[in-house]
Design a protein around this ligand. Structure first.
Ligand code: AGP
Length: 605
């Protein structure tokens, strides 16, 4: 999952590339580099392990006037985090950058005898060497030949030293968008690097070769037919992709959740009922489904699990939630009576995309819940429910999780209505309760300081446990992921009733246990489980709707969430859990938005 950018136009490219990389850095931040193509056919490469700011420093050594260049911020797949393995890679006349995985790079090295041309450990450099070997002065013909040899996912931006001012690009699976204006032509992994350049863009079609020059962008298919791409409009403004005064994107996005939910839910409410007419989602797909399979990864999968809890408890329709990377390698028990719901914030997660393709091969209809308009998963789905959370920059997903849960709830409500399981009155009541979570989240956010105090305790712990029952246990899975991925505190979610069957052996003095007790039906049981861990020295943080908790044998800290129907407490409790992770990471002085080893969109397997 890397960030790539290319620019050619009237202005010097260096700062455009580096500023663009700064916006794309959330996609991967092990190393960064740029290549600049001068009119005298010289190719300059500046690159190093480290962040984009380190690259900016490296490029401050002189005034680079080239108006054509490519840039890359890396999440290492093949080869360690070193200056040599950083992109761009250059071989002879060719310089290129790449996002993806070339699966047959070893075969290519052997078939074309490229070993002596290589100095890095990367699969990407093999493509540069292949192109240089094949190059006969015709870039399009050369790229066409090379692409036929490559297996895997790729988004490539390529420059040939004897073609000044021109960038070529081609993709398969890995994302790329392109735009042009009077200033020139730009291409990048996603819109965050394009929006300051143009509000109009197009998604680069797969296996089409782009030629970017100062005057515009030519798109041709593999047979050389020129095609006109479908232009799209960016629906959010540039401030949405900036911190807006917050110390981190993650905190901003936690606080954006009320607005994100409002923007996602409200457009789909007509006469107080869920209505997907504007989304083009046909009720037939709900009428025909006898069971549902949700396929996703990470937080998106956890949102799907919350949707399962709602649909099964309210509609008694079986919902199977699958980890996409597992689903795609099994013979799934789905068919034309199965509605497959694919959830993905980025719409580019390769495991989720391949799972979608498998589901369609099995004859199931696919409805995707996606936050990025025009993304690959959206384009390959039968139906798309776009969430309107705006760009989510922090690697740790927060507002996307909330709107994905809301999307699942709205879909569940629509299914209930269409199948006659819900009366109109029940559906209207449900919608009212769903909309009701918005002010409740706003009220919950007022407790941020109380959460901060709790985080100061957790930050010193090597391990932490999240426990709950029912939908609280499901939410605990997401809470544990959040804490782990940004604070590096090892966290585990556990069904509260299951602890005593082994794991309670790990509960000793001051081990933090964050207990969720928002479900009336099992409240007493959870409190008993809490007493069991408290009796063994745990430091218990209780999240519940209780006005007050006096009994010191229950918890060390109590964080109250407003009273709500148990199906809807997940939204406000999720905010508390996100803040716990955020403040713990911040208290440890970590890079909250760009945690180690991670990247925002997992476009490699
Ligand atoms: C979220 O905090 C994680 N960074 C990660 O689990 C993410 O949810 C997962 O990679 C799925 O991404 P997607 O929603 O873009 O498909």
């Amino acid at each position: 999952m890397c960030g790539i950018i290319g620019f050619t136009g009237k202005q010097p490219a260096k700062d455009i590339l580096i500023d663009g990389l700064a916006k794309l850095e959330y996609r991967g931040y092990d190393s960064a580099g740029i290549a600049l193509l001068n009119d005298d056919d010289t190719l300059i490469i500046k690159k190093k392990a480290g962040r984009v700011d380190d690259l900016r420093q490296l490029c401050s050594d002189k005034d680079y006037t080239s108006t054509c260049g490519i840039g890359h911020t890396r999440w290492a797949t093949h080869g360690g985090v070193t200056d040599v393995n950083a992109h761009p890679h250059k071989c002879g006349n060719v310089a290129l950058i790449h996002n993806g995985i070339i699966e047959n790079y070893g075969e290519i090295v052997r078939e074309f005898g490229l070993q002596d041309k290589l100095i890095s450990e990367t699969d990407t450099e093999v493509v540069a060497a292949l192109l240089d070997t094949l190059y006969d002065g015709d870039p399009i013909y050369t790229i066409r030949k090379a692409v036929k040899k490559i297996a895997g996912s790729f988004a490539l931006c390529i420059m040939f030293s004897d073609k000044p001012g021109v960038i070529y690009a081609v993709r398969n699976v890995s994302p790329m968008v392109a735009a042009y204006s009077d200033e020139g032509a730009i291409i990048a992994s996603d819109l965050t690097a394009v929006i300051s350049f143009s509000k109009e863009y197009f998604v680069v079609p797969e296996y089409h070769i782009l030629t970017l020059s100062e005057t515009g962008i030519k798109v041709e298919d593999m047979k050389g037919n020129v095609v006109t791409p479908q232009m799209l409009e960016i629906t959010w403004d540039i401030t949405a992709a900036q911190k807006g005064g917050y110390p981190h994107f993650m905190l901003k996005e936690i606080y954006e959740q009320p607005e994100a939910l409002r923007n996602t839910i409200t457009p789909r409410i007509v006469n107080s009922l869920p209505d997907f007419t504007e989304d083009g989602i046909d009720d037939e797909v709900f009428k025909n489904c006898q069971n549902i399979t949700v396929v996703a990864c990470g937080t998106a999968m956890h949102a799907g699990m919350i949707g399962k809890a709602m649909i099964e408890s309210e509609l008694k329709i079986p919902v199977n939630v699958e980890i996409a990377s597992e689903f795609r390698y099994k013979e799934p028990l789905i068919d034309d009576k199965t509605l497959v719901i694919v959830t993905s914030q980025s719409g580019e997660t390769i495991d989720t995309l391949e799972a979608l393709r498998l589901a369609k091969r099995c004859g199931s209809k696919v409805l995707s819940i996606v936050n990025v308009k025009g993304s690959t998963i959206a384009r390959e789905s039968d139906y798309v429910f776009y969430t309107h959370a705006g760009p989510e920059i922090a690697v740790a997903s927060t507002k996307a999780y909330s709107v994905q849960m809301a999307a699942m709830y709205l879909i569940g409500c629509r299914i209930g209505l269409v199948k006659g399981i819900y009366t109109e009155d029940r559906a209207k009541e449900f919608v009212k309760q769903l909309l009701g979570v918005i002010p409740v989240i706003e009220e919950t956010l007022e407790q941020a300081n109380k959460v901060k105090a709790v985080a100061n305790f957790i930050k010193m712990a090597p391990d932490a446990f999240f426990i709950g029952r029912g939908i609280d246990y499901t939410l605990s899975l997401e809470a544990a992921l959040k804490l782990k991925e940004i604070s590096y505190v090892h966290a585990e979610a556990y069904a509260a009733g299951e602890l005593k069957h082994g794991t309670i052996a790990l509960i000793t003095e001051n081990v933090p246990v964050i207990a969720l007790a928002t479900q009336d039906a099992v409240y007493g049981k959870v409190i008993s489980n809490i007493r069991e861990v408290k009796a063994r020295g745990a430091y218990v943080i209780l999240i519940s709707m209780d006005e007050k908790v006096e009994d010191a044998d229950i918890c060390n800290k109590h964080i109250r969430i407003p009273k709500q129907d148990g199906l809807f407490t997940v939204f406000s409790a999720a905010v508390i859990l996100q803040l716990i992770a955020y403040y713990t990471s911040d208290a440890k002085g970590l890079d909250v938005d760009k945690p180690r080893n991670l990247a925002k969109s997992v476009t490699v397997e």
